[in-house]
Structure formats: C-alpha cells, structure tokens
Design a protein around this ligand. Structure first.
Ligand code: AMP
Length: 422
C-alpha cells in the first residue's frame, strides 16, 4: 500500500518523499487513515516500527485546517518518557512540518536543564509541545504554558512513562486538558496499569497492533568474534577501518570504559565520543546531534544512556562488553536494522566472558560460531571456576563471586593435595 492511499494531504506526501520513505510501515498503514478521521488510536508498537511518523503526519495535517491564533495556542501535546526521545520526536516533527504552508512551532521541553531558556522560547505561544511530564507541569505551574486548548494528545511509550514513575504526573496533566480531544496512545507492552490508563483516556479507540511478522522482522546479521580482553580496542579500530564503517554504536559496561575506549580511538584519529549518564544534558544532546549528522563516527555508550536512543540508518552495533542479560542483548542489537534496513551486530567475546555469552545465546535461541580475525586470534584460555586468594569460588565468566567459603575440611584436603603433588 503506497503513502498516497492513506488520505494524506499534498504537504504531508511531500514530507514523506523528502524523507525518502517509499512505503508506509505496517503501523503507519493502519494508524494514519483512522487518526485522520479523528478517531482515538490504541497502538501496540515497538520503537523502530515507524510510530513517530504514524502519529506525526495526521497530527500535522490537522493544523492545515486550523487558522493560526496570536499568541499561538497549544493544539497538540506529545508526552514522552525521556529527554532523548523528546528531542528525537520533536526534531522529526519539525522536519516533517517544513513542507506545510503555515509555519508550525514545535517546542521541546524536558527536565534536568534550566527552565528559563525553555520559558523564553515559549513566549508568543506554541503549536505543538513535545514534553516529559515533570517539566511540562513545572512550565504550567510557572504560567509559561497552558494545555487547555489541546486538541490532540499523544502518549508515546506509555509503558516506559509508567516504569519511570510518571503515573501521578500523567493524571494531573490529563485533568488540565479539555475532555473533547483526540488521543493517540502508543505502547510496546500493556501491563494492567497501562491498560487501565488507556481505558480512561481513550474513547472507542481503534486498536492498531503490529505483531512482528517474519518478513518485517529486523534484518540483523549477528556475529561473534573471539578476542582477548586487552586487544578489543585494537580490533575495533581494525574493523572500523577494514569495513569502512561510517557510524558505529559501541556498548560498554561502565562509564569509565566509555571514556577510555573513546579516548583511545580519538588518539588513533577516529572521531569518537562517550555517551553515559554522567555527562551533562548539553553534552549528550551535542553528541547525539553530531552522531546523527555524521560529524561523529563512533559513540561509546552504556546501556542506561543508550535506552530509547534512535538513530536512523545505524548500520553497526558492537558489544565491546557483553550485556548483562539476554534482554539487554535484544535491546542493544535492536538499535540497528530498523524499519526495513539491514543491520550488523558484532559481539566481542573473550575467554572470561565466553560462558556468559553461551548463556545469552541459549536464552535467545541462538547458536553463533565464534569467529576469529587475522592478527587478533584469542590467546587466553577460558578460566575454569577457581579458588581465589580469599578462598571464595570465583566465577570468572560472570565476573562475580559465587558459592560459599570452603570448609576447614576442604582447605585441609587442598593442602594435602598440594603436598602430595610436590
Ligand atoms: P520510530 O519507530 O518512530 O522510532 O521510527 C524508527 C525509524 O524508522 C526512524 O528512524 C524513522 O526515520 C524510520 N522510518 C519511519 N517511517 C519509515 C518508512 N515508512 N520507511 C522507512 N523508514 C521509516
């Protein structure tokens, strides 16, 4: 089904072709026609399904029919769980709105940064607000913003809004909006609290469910490379050069590792930046913008910082450190191969993480052969569970301490064994 059969206006079709989207994703094909009719939508969709465009186009098209008031009044409110998502969604809407005859003002607001510049930018009103719930309420409390004229409410990633403890804020926000409005509700999962909120917010919604079909499943090639721990940065450099990777998201376990690997790559003249929770918001926004604009080749991220991060055409994800769990593995590799593009996920596996990698594979139903790269062949052997100096059983594979201290009898036996061996 082409975009032209969804009921979109010429300006919206121009926006779609400027983005070079050739066909609608399944969620777009199902949600756009019903949202354009003014119906409420209950969308079950993951990040990467194209849901931002699915709600942004009908929402923008409604502005074409309305006249601009001075000062501008908020006609659409989009609530998102994180700052990163607010920026992404807001910027995507700005780009799509560029093709409209009437200029649309899109304001992006989130917490963790000074409120004053955001208040200044809201002077003269605004058409669309993309916000995290807490900061939105702060701005309302400061009389910088009113949501009494909202015609369309979008809840994006509703389950994560709950996970992050925004339930109370959501309740307050909803009470400040007119009851006569259209609501578009998107969530990847529907635990009882999320379903209950959907029931109270939506009126006779059209359910739009996108089950991952085999042919629309992300096309991600997964590879695992055996390498010694100390050789990983060199291997990463080698692979970037050899394969001409233009944009790589590298996952590490800690903030310190993110800083260190980025530093080493920069010394090798590969433009890389760390991305972790302890960077200032300004720095994080800058890194993301540079990465998207291809001014930056490599981003070294921790799991927490990278959550919700969406970069179009991200061809390669590297697990420099393996993720802690199989679920994190899925989240990480899901950053590539989005919306029908091909992706590559490479995991570095060293002797001490091999057992952990096997576990991840088992949970995911995977069976990857460990490859080796010329010049980087793994030399270290997998350590068996061994006794540490303190006498605890150390499970190297998981980097943790497991089991109990050996008893007096165990120690005696060990000593006897040693003396017999001498
Ligand atoms: P989302 O689920 O909104 O986070 O979108 C995931 C990615 O898919 C974004 O990078 C979009 O730019 C891209 N995208 C959205 N719609 C389409 C489409 N119809 N064709 C190709 N890519 C798309």
């Amino acid at each position: 089904m082409p975009f032209t059969s969804l009921g979109l206006s010429p300006a919206m079709l121009r926006a779609v072709s400027a983005k070079a989207y050739s066909v609608p994703t399944p969620i777009q094909a199902s949600a756009i026609p019903v949202a354009l009719q003014g119906r409420d939508v209950l969308g079950s969709a993951q990040t990467g399904s194209g849901k931002t465009v699915a709600f942004a186009l009908p929402l923008l098209q409604q502005f074409e029919a309305s006249t601009m008031e001075v000062p501008r009044k908020v006609g659409a409110l989009i609530l998102v769980p994180t700052r990163e998502l607010a920026t992404q969604v807001g910027e995507e809407i700005r780009v799509l709105a560029q093709h409209m005859t009437r200029p649309i003002k899109v304001s992006i607001v989130f917490g963790g940064v000074s409120i004053n510049p955001q208040m200044m930018r809201l002077r003269g009103g605004t058409d669309i607000v993309v916000a995290t719930p807490g900061r939105l309420l702060d701005l309302i409390d400061h009389n910088a913003l009113s949501i009494r004229s909202v015609r369309t409410l979008v809840l994006d990633e509703a389950d994560r809004l709950f996970d992050l403890g925004f339930a109370e804020e959501l309740g307050r926000i909803v009470r400040l909006m007119p009851t006569q409005r259209q609501s578009l509700f998107f969530s990847a999962t529907f635990p009882p609290a999320v379903q209950a909120l959907a029931n109270t917010l939506l009126r006779d919604p059209v359910r739009v469910e996108v089950l991952p079909e085999p042919e629309s499943a992300p096309d991600i090639v997964q590879r695992a490379i055996a390498v010694d721990t100390g050789k990983r940065t060199q291997l990463l450099r080698h692979l970037i050069g050899l394969n001409h990777w233009s944009r790589v998201l590298v996952f590490v376990a800690t903030k310190h590792a993110a800083e260190m690997v980025a530093d080493k790559l920069r010394k090798a003249r590969i433009y890389a930046e760390p991305f972790h929770g302890e960077l200032s918001q300004g720095k994080r926004t800058q890194v993301l913008a540079d990465f998207k604009a291809s001014r930056l080749k490599v981003v070294i991220a921790t799991d927490v910082a990278a959550r919700g991060l969406d970069i179009a055409q991200l061809p390669v994800v590297v697990n420099f450190d393996l993720p802690r769990s199989a679920v994190d593995y899925t989240h990480r590799i899901g950053r590539t191969g989005r919306a029908g593009e091909r992706g590559l996920a490479v995991s570095f596996v060293s002797a001490d993480s091999e057992a952990h990698f096997k576990l991840i594979q088992k949970r995911q139903g995977l069976d990857m052969a460990l490859e080796s790269v010329d010049g980087f062949e793994a030399q270290e052997a997998a350590p068996a569970a061994a006794l540490s100096v303190s006498g605890e059983v150390v499970d190297h594979a998981n980097g943790g301490v497991k089991g109990k201290r050996p008893s007096k009898k165990d120690k005696l036996r060990a000593m006897q064994g040693q003396s017999q061996g001498q």
